[in-house]
Design a binder for this molecule. Sequence first.
Ligand code: CU
Ligand code: ZN
Length: 183
Amino acid sequence: MRFHKIILPAILIIAVFMATSVCPVLAGETESAEVKKAAAVLHPTQGNNAKGTVYFSRTKNGIKVEADITGLSGGTHGFHIHEFGDCTAADGTSAGGHFNPENQPHAGPDQAKRHVGDLGNIEADNSGNAHYERADTQLKFDGRDSIIGRGVIVHAGEDDLVSQPSGNAGPRVACGVIGVAKN
Ligand code: CU
Ligand code: ZN
């Protein structure tokens, strides 16, 4: 009897331990599954026609950003990740300022000290179509600096990459929210 009182519970504890170390659901690992791709659908703000998609994907050179936007005026348009994934305001201002978790000044995408959200500009052709593709080492899918759930904004004007706090890029013509995408 004494043997069973000690050995049986011990076997049970070992069995539960082994099960949780093998099974990801029991071990609680499902929530920490690594995000490999994220997406944002951009919709026009009131009075504008700009719309499109932005994909973010993990590569060995950082997170690759690929955007295709239509309905723009020809020329250069500021393109940023903003603090809030909230496009409820008709003019897009609910997305807040540039995403800046490291408390840095506004700058261009290739500067070490910049807002994490400073992606620079996209160039639209005479038909109003813009394609942007760039790998970025400051964007992250996890931790405090994660871009998941943040906003993406395209502006009416050019980001001069210098003026504080946001490059003087003018009104917001399209807004979207970054969400986790299927790999
Ligand atoms: Cu912006
Ligand atoms: Zn900025």
